[in-house]
Design a binder for this molecule. Sequence first.
Ligand code: FES
Length: 160
Amino acid sequence: MQSMPPDYLLDRRKFLSDSGRLLVMISSFGALACACKKEGESRLTELVIEKGRLVLDLNESRYHSLNTVGNGLKIEITRQEKPLIVTRVSETTVAAFSSQCTHAGYEILLPEQGVLACSSGHGGAFDLTGQLLSGPPKSNLPSYPTQLIANRIHIAYPLG
Ligand code: FES
């Protein structure tokens, strides 16, 4: 069998670097594929990235639920991590945080009457901003800075 010349071998670091560039290129055109699971929680969709920030346009039907205070939406960024939860906290404020519980890593459910319960059944509960309300978790859900500007939510989520 003939061996491949070394320069044809894929260098892992170069691959990761080039992949990152490709992601940024795709992002700069405003489309990042996103596979999502359940109706009401998430959908097969595309994410819009502007200047390194995830942007949700609340005029789009897929994000309409976030026009109502108290609602939340899950957005799957990658298949390797639990979805991001975005909530409408008030008329003027929104929040975005991890859906991975800080107790034992189970997924957090969407809000009901202002409370996000942990799916584990251990009793963990968080408020609309991801702050711990009760249960065994010792800390809040990791959150990401958000801004609501002209009916668009901008989320400083680390995308690469
Ligand atoms: S994993 Fe969430 S309360 Fe235990």
